[in-house]
Design a protein around this ligand. Structure first.
Ligand code: E4P
Length: 217
């Protein structure tokens, strides 16, 4: 299972990269705005900065909503760095753009996916990644993990290459449950990754080992 971090914060990306378990980064316009990154040139530079920190794929989202605009913007994003994956919303024009990018060797992440039918369309259009938002489904009393399960079944039925990128991950149990179901990738905040470290028995066990060592030395 690949671990992506879902942020545009360079310090957090560096911290996750230093841990040695990071496989990529996802961003979106809201995450860029949260870091105060505005204006086209600053945004493009920020994507390159992120690519220079991590080794893996970095999702950069298009702002255009029409096919021609998405293609123009996506090609410009893909030119920035070989690690860039063009992130496209799951709309009619988005699916057309996904197919265009797939035919032209540009990696894609189809985002804002909330149903198995949408995920099927993304796979048919040759998406590299599909991003079902599990946290946002949980927020409206709908089981986000169930969607991951459905997509896994459909993709396995037809051996689709599209990777399931569980997005809108909010906490450690989302990660563990996505791993049990077989999501290919998860993207979440740094806190969700660091949360996997925690167990009180690890802490108390280590404390005891160190205390016992000190007794004999
Ligand atoms: C996915 O790529 C999105 O950036 C993200 O996971 C959305 O998460 P949120 O629902 O916590 O905003």
């Amino acid at each position: 299972m690949k671990f992506f971090i879902d942020t545009a914060n360079l310090d957090q990306i560096r911290e996750a990269q230093a841990l040695g378990v990071l496989d990529g980064v996802t961003t979106n316009p809201s995450l860029m705005a949260k870091e105060g990154i505005t204006g086209k040139n600053n945004i493009l530079k920020h994507y390159v900065d992120i690519c220079n920190i991590v080794d893996g794929d970095v999702s950069a989202e298009v702002i255009a909503t029409d096919f021609e605009g998405m293609v123009k913007e996506g090609e410009e994003l893909a030119e920035l760095h070989e690690q860039i994956v063009v992130k496209i919303p799951l709309t009619k024009d988005g699916i057309k753009a996904c197919k265009y990018f797939s035919d032209n060797g540009i990696k894609t992440n189809v985002t804002l996916v909330f149903s198995a039918g949408q995920a099927l369309l993304a796979a048919k259009a040759g998406a590299t990644y599909v991003s079902p938002f599990i946290g946002r489904l949980d927020d409206i009393s709908t089981d986000g993990l169930n969607l991951i399960d459905e997509i896994r079944m459909i993709y396995d039925n037809y051996a689709f290459d599209t990777q399931i990128l569980a997005a809108s991950v909010r906490h450690t149990m989302h990660i563990v449950n996505c791993a049990k179901i077989g999501a290919d990738v998860m993207t979440g905040p740094l806190s969700s990754i660091l949360g996997l470290l925690k167990h009180p028995l690890t802490d108390s066990g280590l404390e005891q080992f160190l205390a016992d060592y000190k007794k004999g030395n």
